[in-house]
Ligand binder design. Structure first.
Ligand code: PLP
Length: 382
């Protein structure tokens, strides 16, 4: 199990807010566990850039992982510039004016339909290893927004639409059906995948098990995952297996630090922060989930309860109601836990709110701001 000993509090005074901070030591523990899974199981582990693209940390990440999974041209470019190694690109639909560049950058490419494969087949021949994304029609993702196998999903070919007569040149199958799940969910999805597409597997060189494996979470059954992959490889002539976790790479490896700007009262105490749920922690609103705050409890759990809100004009820009042992003071810093994945990549400058700086707490204890944003980042987008 990963020991998560955060040292953010030691450097709290030095942090200009709002600021995301990666704790290199925690991040490296995730990478080590992922590398272990790869080594023990024989699978290759790719970082899904969709969830985590903080490339200042890629120097470290690429020493442990096998490459990146990109969702299109820009992610493939970033993978090529900052990570190297294998680049696996999947997109719901590739555009004609981007496909050549994508093929050039990618080692593997997964098409979302046979019509896309037929369209670009000639271009891919001998230049990139091509695969088809299939939909195993089995998923336990609880949030509909994050369920790739939901009714009428556009992601992956369902078995009734599969066209085996056009498999010529296809070397891999890709499925992605999990979201924040444990190995038992993979086991069930894999069973469904094999029931539906099993007869094509022996014709393939690789199978990509997608992302959503919550490998670095404390209760994740790493042993079971390794056993599932080893068993699969054994049954299919040691076929290459890929996993492409995003969230598990950044999981609990860093925080978002904000400052209390003001306190008001309207039926309850409310604090306004120099960050925004909408712009800087969007999944707290759209998933939705409640971000943990260091040393805070649920509403009413500790002595002082108050609502925390963002500094935008959106009435729903609220992180939630939290309680503290001491009253919050204006100027005080708040530490939102686990803000490395699906936050930085989703940031917006909505309402002209300043993007949080990006910082790294290095292994040697040194704190470094690696990126700051300013007015031009806002202006250029509008
Ligand atoms: C989102 C996504 C991933 C990463 O998922 P996580 O939940 O972040 O692990 C991997 N592959 C594909 C195709 C995806 O869409």
């Amino acid at each position: 199990m990963i020991k998560r000993d955060s040292k953010i509090e030691n450097i709290l005074d030095q942090i200009p807010t709002p600021c995301y901070i990666l704790e290199e030591e925690l991040f490296e523990q995730n990478l080590k566990l992922l590398q272990y899974v790869g080594k023990e199981s024989g699978a290759k582990i790719l970082l899904a850039l969709k969830g985590y693209a903080f490339y200042e940390s890629f120097g470290l990440a690429k020493t442990y992982l096998d490459g990146c999974c990109a969702s299109g041209l820009y992610e493939a470019m970033l993978a090529n510039e900052e990570f190297g190694k294998e680049i696996h690109t999947f997109s719901p639909a590739f555009k004609e004016d981007e496909i050549d560049e994508i093929i050039k950058l990618s080692t593997h490419i997964s098409f979302n339909s046979f019509s896309q494969y037929k369209k670009y087949k000639k271009k891919t021949k001998d230049r990139v290893s091509s695969g088809i994304r299939v939909n195993p029609e089995s998923s336990f993702a609880t949030a509909k927004l994050y369920n790739p196998c939901a009714l009428n999903s556009r992601l992956g070919v369902i078995i009734s639409e599969f066209e085996p007569e056009f498999l010529d040149g296809i070397e891999g199958l890709h499925f992605h059906a999990l979201c924040e799940q444990n190995a038992d969910a993979l086991e069930i999805v894999l069973k469904s995948f094999e029931e539906k597409f099993g007869k094509f597997i022996s014709k393939m060189k690789w199978i990509n098990f997608g992302g959503g494996h919550h490998i670095t979470r404390d209760d994740y059954d790493v042993r079971k995952l390794i056993a599932i992959i080893k068993n699969f490889k054994k049954r299919y002539n040691n076929i290459e297996v890929f996993l492409e976790p995003g969230e598990a790479v950044g999981w609990r490896s860093g925080v978002l630090v904000a400052t209390v700007l003001d306190k008001i009262v309207n039926g309850m105490d409310i604090a306004i922060l120099d960050t925004s749920a909408e712009a800087h922690m969007p999944d707290t609103i759209i998933m939705p989930y409640r971000a943990e705050i260091r040393n805070a409890g649920l509403k009413g759990e500790k002595r002082y309860t108050l609502r925390l809100g963002g500094n935008s004009c959106l009435s729903g820009d609220i992180m939630g109601d939290y309680s503290f042992d001491e009253p919050l003071e204006i100027g005080q810093k708040i530490i939102f836990e686990d803000q490395m994945h699906y936050s930085i990549v989703k940031n917006t400058t909505f309402n002209g709110i300043k993007l949080p700086s990006l910082g790294i707490l290095r292994k040697n204890g040194k704190f470094e701001i690696v990126k700051k944003f300013n007015y031009s980042d806002y202006k250029r987008r509008n």
